[in-house]
Design a protein around this ligand. Structure first.
Ligand code: UT7
Length: 324
């Protein structure tokens, strides 16, 4: 028998304000047609002044706990992935801990840009399998609208705000791919590629709060090859063939990348969870938001195999395989 991290519940939060492509086209030189053709994005949610990473992360985490039927006393750790924390410290994870009335355990933020949720899931799984925690909230919460250069059309149209969360609970398995729970996670990074996607500044540099900069073509090129490798790695680690995966829940940056990964896995279109059309790229929040949507509407069923993958600034990338 082995300890497994079971996905007990998922939840999401999206800001109430929706901004369509046409609204952006009225503000600067772009068009609905260009945005949809190149990215698949039709609209994004943009945070209001009260909607911060902590507030949205807490709402998503509350929904994940409710979905799991778990109370705050079951949470041993809160791991929150964000590039847009409310404050440098306390960690946004701990603001969420307080907002949810979690009175025990520990928590921290982690910075892995768009791969943040996969990194968080991997850390949470390690904590659970080594017996350091039995219940872990993994949250991605982002307000990229506050770090975008709104005069740069090549990045301003790509991102949106939101939060997603999952609650993982310790369970038991046989140690094979038939187990429920997280089966494997695969993390990678290459700091030498840090200059193709970054936020130029931080609180340590008061002259420069920071805006996002990206060489889209280069990131696209790395995404297609590195995500394909990460997908193969997850299948090989579990002795699985590509036809055996039931669902792909990818990071939502670009519909063309998402569809390429779906084809690689031999999945029908409806087996690939897509939210990029409505949410745009919500960075670390995109995978848990997509999971919450697909679990919430009943598409996904207990026992099905879910592959997740992401790539983001760092460069960071990785994959995770999970049986519901
Ligand atoms: O989440 C982290 C991971 N991120 C990603 O995976 C993103 C990866 N990259 C991409 O998704 C794509 O590279 C983009 C969607 C960012 C860009 O698509 P592209 O097909 O690579 O376009 P491009 O950057 O090569 O730009 C093509 C043209 C350029 O004009 P010229 O030089 O050909 O005349 C741009 O100036 O499109 C122009 N352009 C725009 N036109 C209208 C760039 N942005 C816009 C815009 N509206 N918003």
């Amino acid at each position: 028998m082995v300890i497994r991290s079971l996905l007990a519940g998922a939840g999401g939060y999206l800001p109430t304000r929706v901004v369509g492509n046409d609204e952006l086209a009225r503000r600067f030189d772009t068009s609905d047609e260009w945005i949809r053709e190149r990215t698949g994005i039709r609209q994004r949610h943009i945070a209001g002044p009260e909607e911060t990473a902590a507030m949205m992360g807490a709402a998503a985490a509350r929904a994940a706990l409710a979905d799991a039927g778990a109370g705050p006393e079951e949470v041993d750790a809160v791991l929150l992935a964000t590039s847009t924390p409310d404050q440098a410290f306390p960690a946004t994870a701990l603001r969420v801990q307080a907002l949810l009335g979690i009175g025990q355990g520990f928590g921290f933020d982690l910075s892995a840009a768009c791969s943040g949720f996969i990194y968080g899931l991997s850390m949470a799984d390690a904590l659970i399998r080594t017996g350091r925690a039995r219940g872990v909230l993994v949250i991605g919460s982002e307000v990229y609208s506050r770090i975008l250069d709104w005069s740069d059309r090549s990045t301003a149209v790509l991102f949106g705000d939101g939060a997603g969360a999952v609650f993982l609970r310790a369970g038991r398995g046989e140690g094979g791919p038939g187990d429920r729970g997280v089966l494997s996670t695969h993390l990678h990074a290459n700091g030498a590629l840090g200059d193709i996607l970054y936020i130029d500044g931080a609180v340590g540099r008061p002259d420069r709060p920071g805006t996002l900069a990206m060489n889209g073509k280069e990131v696209f090129r790395h995404a297609v090859t590195k995500l394909a490798e990460a997908v193969d790695e997850a299948l090989a680690a579990n002795g699985l063939e590509r036809g055996e995966v039931d669902w792909l829940v990818p990071h939502q940056a670009n519909l063309r990348i998402i569809e390429a990964m779906g084809r690689k896995l031999g999945l029908q279109r409806e087996r690939v969870v897509v939210t990029v059309d409505r949410h745009a790229n919500t960075s670390a929040a995109s995978i848990p938001l997509a999971l919450a949507e697909a679990m919430g509407d009943g598409r996904m069923r207990r026992g099905e195999l879910v592959l997740m993958e992401a790539l983001g600034g760092g460069l960071t990338w990785g994959s995770a395989l999970l049986r519901l």
